[in-house]
Write a protein of this length. Structure first.
Length: 236
């Protein structure tokens, strides 16, 4: 038995026809777009090759300088290696009896009398011995310092020769001082003259009034020779 469904005569048409859609239109015109683009690109390349200026590569070849020949140095004769140093002989232990007096010198007073001994060494420089002839250097770590500067200035003004002072004549006298361990001046000597004997004599006269602090070498007070200038000048 066949069943049929009746369709009313006034029912709407629900079928869809996509033949005129945008997608179909694009697909149908794709070939024309593709070949048009190929033709335009080919024309652009042909125009570029025909109308573009010609380019030439720059010559970058390197010039090779002429190679100069160098004279080789003469051959050097290498001397032969020196002979090896011979090894020392093997020591041999002596078997004979050797007396003690052969290797040990006698040290008794009978064989070495006191009268034949050398004299003891003399005093060294730096000891409490004054050398009034030749000043010498004694090492020290703290130099002596003048303690009575005002008294020295007053003594210099008093000892300045009046004739030289009125004439405006001055000078600098260098004086050697020998200072003992207590800082007392024991000896004074002229080290360098000023050129005026009277100024030199006045400087030596004032030098005897100097008082110093003792020089120190590490932790010990020492006697030293030092040189100080004594300057006479006219005040303006």
């Amino acid at each position: 038995m066949t069943t049929r469904t009746a369709v009313p005569a006034h029912a709407p048409d629900l079928s869809y026809d996509d033949s005129d859609s945008a997608n179909n239109r694009f697909k149908s015109s794709f070939r024309s777009y593709f070949w048009s683009a190929i033709i335009v690109a080919a024309g652009a390349h042909v125009g570029a090759f025909v109308y573009a200026p010609e380019f030439t590569a720059e010559d970058i070849r390197a010039e090779v300088a002429e190679i100069a020949t160098i004279e080789l140095p003469p051959e050097i004769d290498i001397p032969e290696a020196p002979q090896a140093i011979s090894r020392p002989a093997t020591p041999v232990i002596a078997t004979a009896d050797i007396a003690d007096d052969v290797t040990i010198a006698p040290t008794t007073f009978e064989t070495n009398p006191v009268d034949a001994l050398p004299p003891p060494p003399g005093p060294k420089r730096g000891d409490a011995v004054v050398d009034e002839e030749t000043p010498f250097f004694t090492p020290f770590t703290v130099a002596p310092d003048i303690l009575n500067r005002r008294e020295i200035v007053t003594a210099m003004a008093r000892s300045y020769p009046p004739m030289l002072r009125e004439a405006g004549i001055g000078g600098e006298v260098h004086v050697f001082f020998y200072i003992d361990e207590t800082g007392r001046v024991k000896v004074t000597r002229l080290a360098e003259s000023s050129g005026h004997p009277r100024l030199d004599a006045a400087a030596l006269e004032v030098a005897g009034l100097y008082e110093f602090s003792p020089a120190i070498n590490r932790d010990r007070k020492v006697a030293v020779w030092v040189s100080f200038p004594v300057m006479f000048a006219v005040a303006n």
